[in-house]
Design a binder for this molecule. Structure first.
Ligand code: GLN
Length: 451
Protein backbone atom coordinates (compact mmCIF):
# COMPACT_ATOMS: atom_id res chain seq x y z
CA UNK A 1 0.00 0.00 0.00
CA UNK A 2 1.46 3.34 -0.84
CA UNK A 3 2.20 5.60 2.04
CA UNK A 4 -0.28 8.35 1.13
CA UNK A 5 -3.04 5.78 0.79
CA UNK A 6 -2.31 4.43 4.27
CA UNK A 7 -2.35 7.95 5.76
CA UNK A 8 -5.79 8.51 4.24
CA UNK A 9 -7.10 5.18 5.54
CA UNK A 10 -5.88 6.12 9.02
CA UNK A 11 -7.76 9.43 8.83
CA UNK A 12 -10.95 7.63 7.84
CA UNK A 13 -10.45 5.10 10.63
CA UNK A 14 -10.37 2.26 8.09
CA UNK A 15 -7.10 0.74 9.24
CA UNK A 16 -5.70 -0.23 12.63
CA UNK A 17 -2.46 1.55 13.49
CA UNK A 18 -1.68 -0.99 16.19
CA UNK A 19 -2.06 -3.91 13.80
CA UNK A 20 0.11 -2.20 11.18
CA UNK A 21 2.83 -1.42 13.71
CA UNK A 22 2.79 -4.93 15.18
CA UNK A 23 3.05 -6.38 11.69
CA UNK A 24 5.97 -4.18 10.64
CA UNK A 25 7.82 -4.95 13.89
CA UNK A 26 7.36 -8.67 13.29
CA UNK A 27 8.59 -8.24 9.72
CA UNK A 28 11.57 -6.15 10.86
CA UNK A 29 12.65 -8.86 13.30
CA UNK A 30 12.43 -11.58 10.67
CA UNK A 31 14.22 -9.58 7.97
CA UNK A 32 16.89 -8.50 10.41
CA UNK A 33 18.05 -12.08 10.89
CA UNK A 34 19.00 -12.37 7.24
CA UNK A 35 19.66 -8.75 6.21
CA UNK A 36 20.94 -6.98 9.36
CA UNK A 37 19.11 -3.76 8.52
CA UNK A 38 18.58 -2.66 12.13
CA UNK A 39 21.00 -2.10 15.00
CA UNK A 40 18.02 -1.75 17.33
CA UNK A 41 14.32 -2.40 16.83
CA UNK A 42 12.56 -0.02 19.23
CA UNK A 43 9.59 -2.27 19.91
CA UNK A 44 8.46 -0.78 23.24
CA UNK A 45 8.61 2.77 21.97
CA UNK A 46 6.78 1.89 18.74
CA UNK A 47 4.03 0.01 20.57
CA UNK A 48 3.44 2.80 23.07
CA UNK A 49 3.33 5.41 20.28
CA UNK A 50 0.94 3.16 18.32
CA UNK A 51 -1.30 2.76 21.37
CA UNK A 52 -1.56 6.53 21.71
CA UNK A 53 -2.20 7.12 18.00
CA UNK A 54 -4.77 4.34 17.79
CA UNK A 55 -6.84 6.03 20.50
CA UNK A 56 -6.61 9.43 18.91
CA UNK A 57 -4.78 9.69 15.56
CA UNK A 58 -3.17 13.10 15.43
CA UNK A 59 -0.91 14.84 12.93
CA UNK A 60 -0.03 14.70 9.26
CA UNK A 61 1.81 11.38 9.63
CA UNK A 62 -0.50 9.73 12.15
CA UNK A 63 0.38 6.06 12.53
CA UNK A 64 3.16 5.97 9.93
CA UNK A 65 6.09 3.65 10.79
CA UNK A 66 9.47 5.35 10.34
CA UNK A 67 12.96 3.92 10.74
CA UNK A 68 15.85 6.21 11.69
CA UNK A 69 19.52 5.92 10.74
CA UNK A 70 21.54 5.05 13.81
CA UNK A 71 23.42 8.40 13.82
CA UNK A 72 20.25 10.41 14.51
CA UNK A 73 19.35 10.65 18.20
CA UNK A 74 16.14 9.08 19.42
CA UNK A 75 15.28 9.70 23.07
CA UNK A 76 15.74 6.65 25.29
CA UNK A 77 16.88 4.42 22.40
CA UNK A 78 20.55 3.48 21.97
CA UNK A 79 21.98 5.71 19.21
CA UNK A 80 25.55 4.75 18.40
CA UNK A 81 26.06 5.79 14.75
CA UNK A 82 27.15 2.25 13.92
CA UNK A 83 30.14 2.61 16.22
CA UNK A 84 31.35 0.52 19.13
CA UNK A 85 32.76 3.58 20.82
CA UNK A 86 29.20 4.88 21.36
CA UNK A 87 27.82 1.54 22.51
CA UNK A 88 25.16 1.99 25.22
CA UNK A 89 24.87 5.73 24.55
CA UNK A 90 21.19 6.49 25.12
CA UNK A 91 20.30 10.09 24.23
CA UNK A 92 18.12 11.93 26.73
CA UNK A 93 16.55 13.93 23.86
CA UNK A 94 15.15 13.60 20.35
CA UNK A 95 16.88 15.08 17.31
CA UNK A 96 14.76 17.89 15.84
CA UNK A 97 13.73 15.71 12.87
CA UNK A 98 12.59 12.94 15.19
CA UNK A 99 10.66 15.41 17.34
CA UNK A 100 8.94 16.84 14.27
CA UNK A 101 7.98 13.37 13.03
CA UNK A 102 6.67 12.24 16.41
CA UNK A 103 4.73 15.48 16.84
CA UNK A 104 2.99 14.66 13.56
CA UNK A 105 2.04 11.19 14.77
CA UNK A 106 4.82 9.04 13.24
CA UNK A 107 5.87 5.79 14.93
CA UNK A 108 9.61 5.19 15.42
CA UNK A 109 10.37 1.51 14.78
CA UNK A 110 14.15 1.36 15.10
CA UNK A 111 17.70 2.48 14.34
CA UNK A 112 19.13 1.30 11.03
CA UNK A 113 22.60 -0.10 10.46
CA UNK A 114 25.31 2.04 8.85
CA UNK A 115 29.04 2.52 8.40
CA UNK A 116 30.62 3.78 11.61
CA UNK A 117 29.84 7.54 11.80
CA UNK A 118 28.99 7.38 8.07
CA UNK A 119 32.56 6.48 7.04
CA UNK A 120 32.09 4.31 3.97
CA UNK A 121 30.28 3.55 0.75
CA UNK A 122 29.24 -0.05 1.41
CA UNK A 123 28.12 -0.18 5.06
CA UNK A 124 30.95 -2.61 5.73
CA UNK A 125 32.90 -0.43 8.20
CA UNK A 126 30.83 -1.54 11.18
CA UNK A 127 30.00 -4.58 13.30
CA UNK A 128 26.49 -5.09 11.85
CA UNK A 129 26.75 -5.22 8.06
CA UNK A 130 23.45 -4.96 6.11
CA UNK A 131 23.02 -7.39 3.20
CA UNK A 132 21.52 -6.33 -0.12
CA UNK A 133 17.78 -7.02 -0.39
CA UNK A 134 18.19 -8.55 -3.86
CA UNK A 135 21.32 -10.61 -3.23
CA UNK A 136 22.71 -11.17 0.27
CA UNK A 137 26.23 -11.66 -1.07
CA UNK A 138 26.23 -8.02 -2.14
CA UNK A 139 26.37 -4.68 -0.39
CA UNK A 140 23.42 -2.37 0.30
CA UNK A 141 25.70 0.57 -0.42
CA UNK A 142 26.55 3.06 2.26
CA UNK A 143 26.63 4.59 4.59
CA UNK A 144 22.83 4.41 5.06
CA UNK A 145 22.74 0.73 4.01
CA UNK A 146 20.29 -0.47 6.65
CA UNK A 147 17.73 2.24 5.86
CA UNK A 148 17.79 1.47 2.13
CA UNK A 149 17.63 -2.29 2.71
CA UNK A 150 14.56 -2.18 4.92
CA UNK A 151 12.84 0.43 2.75
CA UNK A 152 13.14 -1.92 -0.23
CA UNK A 153 12.08 -5.06 1.65
CA UNK A 154 9.15 -3.95 3.79
CA UNK A 155 5.64 -4.72 2.64
CA UNK A 156 4.15 -2.07 4.92
CA UNK A 157 3.82 1.70 4.68
CA UNK A 158 7.15 3.12 5.83
CA UNK A 159 9.87 5.67 5.19
CA UNK A 160 13.38 5.97 6.55
CA UNK A 161 15.23 9.05 7.76
CA UNK A 162 18.90 8.95 6.89
CA UNK A 163 21.95 11.15 6.45
CA UNK A 164 24.39 12.08 3.71
CA UNK A 165 27.78 13.72 3.92
CA UNK A 166 29.13 12.71 0.52
CA UNK A 167 26.49 10.45 -0.96
CA UNK A 168 25.22 8.22 1.80
CA UNK A 169 21.57 8.56 0.84
CA UNK A 170 21.87 8.41 -2.97
CA UNK A 171 24.37 5.54 -3.07
CA UNK A 172 22.38 2.97 -1.01
CA UNK A 173 19.11 4.14 -2.59
CA UNK A 174 20.64 3.25 -5.96
CA UNK A 175 22.05 -0.14 -4.87
CA UNK A 176 18.76 -1.14 -3.22
CA UNK A 177 16.39 0.18 -5.90
CA UNK A 178 14.54 2.82 -3.90
CA UNK A 179 14.18 6.60 -3.93
CA UNK A 180 16.46 8.81 -1.80
CA UNK A 181 16.30 12.58 -1.33
CA UNK A 182 19.19 14.62 0.05
CA UNK A 183 17.88 18.16 0.62
CA UNK A 184 19.76 21.47 0.33
CA UNK A 185 22.36 21.87 3.09
CA UNK A 186 20.71 23.62 6.05
CA UNK A 187 17.11 23.01 5.01
CA UNK A 188 16.62 20.18 7.52
CA UNK A 189 17.92 20.72 11.05
CA UNK A 190 21.02 18.75 12.05
CA UNK A 191 20.31 19.17 15.75
CA UNK A 192 20.65 15.73 17.32
CA UNK A 193 22.60 14.27 14.42
CA UNK A 194 25.83 12.63 15.55
CA UNK A 195 28.24 14.64 13.40
CA UNK A 196 30.45 13.26 10.68
CA UNK A 197 31.51 16.55 8.96
CA UNK A 198 29.46 19.59 9.94
CA UNK A 199 29.79 21.60 6.74
CA UNK A 200 28.62 18.63 4.67
CA UNK A 201 26.09 16.65 6.74
CA UNK A 202 22.47 16.66 5.62
CA UNK A 203 19.48 14.70 6.89
CA UNK A 204 17.22 13.27 4.17
CA UNK A 205 14.64 10.64 3.35
CA UNK A 206 14.33 7.25 1.71
CA UNK A 207 11.14 5.65 0.50
CA UNK A 208 10.07 3.08 -2.07
CA UNK A 209 8.97 5.74 -4.55
CA UNK A 210 9.61 9.44 -5.13
CA UNK A 211 5.92 10.13 -4.60
CA UNK A 212 6.22 8.93 -1.01
CA UNK A 213 9.05 11.31 -0.13
CA UNK A 214 6.90 14.45 -0.27
CA UNK A 215 4.74 14.16 2.87
CA UNK A 216 7.82 13.37 4.98
CA UNK A 217 9.87 16.18 3.42
CA UNK A 218 7.07 18.65 4.22
CA UNK A 219 7.27 17.67 7.88
CA UNK A 220 11.04 17.59 8.47
CA UNK A 221 12.21 20.74 6.63
CA UNK A 222 12.26 24.17 8.20
CA UNK A 223 14.25 26.52 10.39
CA UNK A 224 15.49 25.42 13.81
CA UNK A 225 17.05 27.76 16.35
CA UNK A 226 19.00 24.85 17.81
CA UNK A 227 21.09 24.45 14.63
CA UNK A 228 23.20 27.51 13.81
CA UNK A 229 23.51 26.44 10.15
CA UNK A 230 19.76 25.98 9.73
CA UNK A 231 18.30 28.08 6.90
CA UNK A 232 15.66 30.64 7.77
CA UNK A 233 14.06 30.55 4.32
CA UNK A 234 11.73 28.06 2.73
CA UNK A 235 12.28 25.93 -0.33
CA UNK A 236 11.11 27.16 -3.71
CA UNK A 237 7.66 25.87 -4.62
CA UNK A 238 8.10 26.25 -8.39
CA UNK A 239 8.39 22.68 -9.63
CA UNK A 240 8.44 23.30 -13.35
CA UNK A 241 11.33 21.59 -15.14
CA UNK A 242 11.91 23.23 -18.50
CA UNK A 243 15.46 22.34 -19.39
CA UNK A 244 17.65 19.45 -18.42
CA UNK A 245 21.23 18.45 -19.18
CA UNK A 246 23.22 15.29 -18.68
CA UNK A 247 26.69 15.65 -17.19
CA UNK A 248 29.12 14.49 -19.87
CA UNK A 249 31.93 13.24 -17.60
CA UNK A 250 29.52 11.27 -15.42
CA UNK A 251 28.61 9.00 -18.30
CA UNK A 252 32.15 7.79 -18.93
CA UNK A 253 31.21 4.53 -17.18
CA UNK A 254 29.82 1.04 -17.81
CA UNK A 255 27.84 1.45 -21.09
CA UNK A 256 25.04 -0.77 -19.79
CA UNK A 257 24.35 1.64 -16.92
CA UNK A 258 24.62 4.59 -19.29
CA UNK A 259 22.13 3.11 -21.77
CA UNK A 260 19.51 2.38 -19.13
CA UNK A 261 19.62 5.93 -17.82
CA UNK A 262 19.59 7.63 -21.21
CA UNK A 263 16.74 5.46 -22.48
CA UNK A 264 14.48 7.15 -19.90
CA UNK A 265 15.30 10.71 -20.91
CA UNK A 266 14.10 12.94 -23.73
CA UNK A 267 15.19 16.36 -24.91
CA UNK A 268 18.36 16.90 -23.02
CA UNK A 269 21.52 18.92 -23.59
CA UNK A 270 24.99 17.72 -22.68
CA UNK A 271 27.00 19.80 -20.26
CA UNK A 272 30.60 19.45 -19.14
CA UNK A 273 31.66 19.91 -15.49
CA UNK A 274 35.42 19.34 -15.72
CA UNK A 275 36.36 20.82 -12.33
CA UNK A 276 33.83 18.71 -10.49
CA UNK A 277 35.06 15.59 -12.28
CA UNK A 278 38.70 16.31 -11.41
CA UNK A 279 38.46 17.75 -7.90
CA UNK A 280 35.27 16.50 -6.23
CA UNK A 281 36.83 13.39 -4.67
CA UNK A 282 40.05 14.96 -3.27
CA UNK A 283 38.19 18.09 -2.13
CA UNK A 284 35.50 16.08 -0.42
CA UNK A 285 37.79 13.65 1.34
CA UNK A 286 40.12 16.37 2.63
CA UNK A 287 37.29 18.47 4.07
CA UNK A 288 35.29 15.50 5.36
CA UNK A 289 38.28 13.93 7.08
CA UNK A 290 39.51 17.23 8.56
CA UNK A 291 36.11 17.89 10.09
CA UNK A 292 35.62 14.27 11.16
CA UNK A 293 38.94 14.18 12.97
CA UNK A 294 37.94 17.11 15.19
CA UNK A 295 34.44 15.74 15.77
CA UNK A 296 35.81 12.40 16.93
CA UNK A 297 38.14 13.95 19.50
CA UNK A 298 35.36 13.91 22.09
CA UNK A 299 35.14 10.12 22.08
CA UNK A 300 37.84 9.33 24.59
CA UNK A 301 36.09 7.09 27.10
CA UNK A 302 35.29 9.83 29.61
CA UNK A 303 31.93 11.27 28.67
CA UNK A 304 30.13 9.06 26.17
CA UNK A 305 29.81 5.39 25.38
CA UNK A 306 32.47 2.73 25.71
CA UNK A 307 35.27 3.03 28.21
CA UNK A 308 37.94 0.97 30.01
CA UNK A 309 39.18 0.92 33.62
CA UNK A 310 40.99 4.22 34.30
CA UNK A 311 44.72 3.64 34.38
CA UNK A 312 48.00 5.16 33.23
CA UNK A 313 48.36 8.73 32.00
CA UNK A 314 45.53 10.49 30.21
CA UNK A 315 47.22 9.93 26.85
CA UNK A 316 47.69 6.21 27.50
CA UNK A 317 44.07 5.79 28.56
CA UNK A 318 42.78 7.86 25.67
CA UNK A 319 44.82 5.86 23.13
CA UNK A 320 43.75 2.55 24.58
CA UNK A 321 40.04 3.36 24.44
CA UNK A 322 40.24 4.77 20.93
CA UNK A 323 42.43 1.93 19.61
CA UNK A 324 40.03 -0.63 20.96
CA UNK A 325 36.69 0.81 19.87
CA UNK A 326 37.20 2.69 16.59
CA UNK A 327 37.25 0.73 13.32
CA UNK A 328 40.31 0.79 11.10
CA UNK A 329 38.57 3.23 8.76
CA UNK A 330 37.79 5.71 11.55
CA UNK A 331 41.45 5.60 12.61
CA UNK A 332 42.59 6.18 9.05
CA UNK A 333 40.35 9.26 8.81
CA UNK A 334 41.51 10.63 12.16
CA UNK A 335 45.14 10.40 11.03
CA UNK A 336 44.59 11.82 7.53
CA UNK A 337 42.21 14.53 8.73
CA UNK A 338 44.54 15.66 11.51
CA UNK A 339 47.43 15.75 9.06
CA UNK A 340 45.49 17.85 6.54
CA UNK A 341 44.78 20.62 9.07
CA UNK A 342 48.13 20.60 10.94
CA UNK A 343 50.18 23.80 11.03
CA UNK A 344 52.57 23.59 8.10
CA UNK A 345 50.25 21.44 5.98
CA UNK A 346 46.99 23.33 6.36
CA UNK A 347 47.66 25.71 3.46
CA UNK A 348 48.62 22.92 1.10
CA UNK A 349 45.67 20.64 1.89
CA UNK A 350 42.76 21.92 3.93
CA UNK A 351 42.74 25.51 2.65
CA UNK A 352 43.31 24.40 -0.91
CA UNK A 353 40.35 22.04 -0.60
CA UNK A 354 38.21 24.93 0.65
CA UNK A 355 39.18 26.91 -2.45
CA UNK A 356 38.43 24.10 -4.88
CA UNK A 357 35.09 23.68 -3.09
CA UNK A 358 34.22 27.24 -4.14
CA UNK A 359 35.27 26.52 -7.72
CA UNK A 360 33.02 23.47 -7.78
CA UNK A 361 30.06 25.45 -6.37
CA UNK A 362 30.59 28.12 -9.04
CA UNK A 363 30.73 25.50 -11.78
CA UNK A 364 27.33 24.15 -10.73
CA UNK A 365 25.85 27.62 -10.22
CA UNK A 366 26.77 28.53 -13.77
CA UNK A 367 25.05 25.40 -15.07
CA UNK A 368 21.87 26.22 -13.14
CA UNK A 369 21.61 29.57 -14.89
CA UNK A 370 20.61 27.54 -17.92
CA UNK A 371 19.23 24.24 -16.64
CA UNK A 372 16.68 23.18 -14.03
CA UNK A 373 18.00 19.68 -13.47
CA UNK A 374 21.38 18.04 -14.12
CA UNK A 375 21.50 14.30 -14.58
CA UNK A 376 24.04 11.57 -14.02
CA UNK A 377 24.07 7.95 -12.92
CA UNK A 378 24.08 7.73 -9.11
CA UNK A 379 26.82 5.10 -8.96
CA UNK A 380 29.46 4.17 -11.53
CA UNK A 381 28.96 0.44 -10.82
CA UNK A 382 26.26 -2.00 -9.74
CA UNK A 383 26.26 -3.22 -6.14
CA UNK A 384 29.47 -5.23 -5.66
CA UNK A 385 29.92 -8.52 -3.80
CA UNK A 386 31.41 -8.38 -0.30
CA UNK A 387 34.26 -10.52 -1.58
CA UNK A 388 35.05 -7.83 -4.20
CA UNK A 389 34.85 -5.00 -1.66
CA UNK A 390 37.44 -6.74 0.53
CA UNK A 391 39.96 -6.45 -2.31
CA UNK A 392 39.55 -2.67 -2.76
CA UNK A 393 42.25 -0.33 -1.47
CA UNK A 394 41.09 2.68 0.59
CA UNK A 395 41.62 4.91 -2.45
CA UNK A 396 39.56 2.60 -4.68
CA UNK A 397 36.86 2.70 -2.03
CA UNK A 398 36.80 6.49 -2.07
CA UNK A 399 36.60 6.53 -5.89
CA UNK A 400 33.15 4.93 -5.63
CA UNK A 401 31.79 8.33 -4.60
CA UNK A 402 32.93 10.01 -7.79
CA UNK A 403 29.38 10.93 -8.90
CA UNK A 404 27.83 11.77 -5.53
CA UNK A 405 30.49 13.94 -3.86
CA UNK A 406 29.99 16.90 -6.27
CA UNK A 407 26.44 17.86 -5.23
CA UNK A 408 27.27 17.13 -1.60
CA UNK A 409 30.26 19.48 -1.55
CA UNK A 410 28.11 22.19 -3.11
CA UNK A 411 25.22 21.60 -0.64
CA UNK A 412 22.90 21.02 -3.61
CA UNK A 413 19.71 18.99 -3.30
CA UNK A 414 19.82 15.69 -5.16
CA UNK A 415 17.56 12.72 -5.67
CA UNK A 416 18.39 9.16 -6.64
CA UNK A 417 15.53 7.57 -8.52
CA UNK A 418 15.26 3.81 -9.16
CA UNK A 419 15.57 3.27 -12.90
CA UNK A 420 15.28 -0.30 -14.03
CA UNK A 421 17.76 -3.09 -13.29
CA UNK A 422 20.53 -5.05 -14.92
CA UNK A 423 19.71 -8.66 -14.08
CA UNK A 424 18.35 -8.30 -10.57
CA UNK A 425 20.63 -5.39 -9.64
CA UNK A 426 19.02 -1.94 -9.59
CA UNK A 427 20.34 1.17 -11.33
CA UNK A 428 19.74 4.68 -10.00
CA UNK A 429 19.51 8.00 -11.84
CA UNK A 430 20.86 11.02 -9.96
CA UNK A 431 18.99 14.30 -10.39
CA UNK A 432 20.63 17.49 -9.11
CA UNK A 433 18.97 20.90 -8.88
CA UNK A 434 19.88 24.37 -7.67
CA UNK A 435 19.67 25.16 -3.95
CA UNK A 436 16.13 25.00 -2.50
CA UNK A 437 14.67 23.55 -5.70
CA UNK A 438 13.72 20.17 -4.25
CA UNK A 439 10.27 20.42 -5.80
CA UNK A 440 11.76 20.30 -9.28
CA UNK A 441 13.59 17.10 -8.35
CA UNK A 442 10.50 15.49 -6.88
CA UNK A 443 8.44 16.43 -9.89
CA UNK A 444 10.96 15.20 -12.45
CA UNK A 445 11.79 12.11 -10.39
CA UNK A 446 8.16 11.02 -10.43
CA UNK A 447 8.15 11.27 -14.23
CA UNK A 448 11.25 9.09 -14.58
CA UNK A 449 9.77 6.53 -12.21
CA UNK A 450 6.53 6.38 -14.18
CA UNK A 451 8.54 5.31 -17.20
N1 GLN B 1 31.23 7.38 1.18
C1 GLN B 1 31.42 8.70 1.70
C2 GLN B 1 32.39 8.69 2.84
O1 GLN B 1 32.83 7.65 3.22
C3 GLN B 1 30.12 9.33 2.06
C4 GLN B 1 29.58 8.93 3.38
C5 GLN B 1 28.39 9.72 3.83
O2 GLN B 1 27.76 10.42 3.05
N2 GLN B 1 28.09 9.64 5.12
O3 GLN B 1 32.74 9.69 3.38
Amino acid sequence: MILQHYLKEVKKGDVSIKKTVKAILREAKTLNKKHHCFNIISEDLALSQAEKQEKEPKGRLAGLPISIKDCICVKDVESRAGSEILKDYVPPFNATVVKKLVDEGAIIIGKTSQDEFGFGSFSTNTDNIPKNPLDTERSCGGSSGGSACFTQLTKHPHASISESTGGSIANPASFCGISGLTPTYGLVSRYGLIDYANSLDKIGIMSKTTEELSPIFDVIKGHDKKDSTSLDISSNSNNEVKKIAIIKEAFEIDPKIKDIILSNLEDYDVISLPLTKKYAIPTYYLIAMAEASTNLAKYCGLRYGSTLPLKGSFNQFFSEVRSKYFTKEAKRRIILGTFARMAGFRDAYYLKAMKTRTLIINEYKKAFKKYDVLISPTMPILSPKFSEIKKLSPLENYQMDTLTTGPNIAGLPHLSVPTNSIGKLPVGTLLISNHLEEDKLLNFGRKIEEK
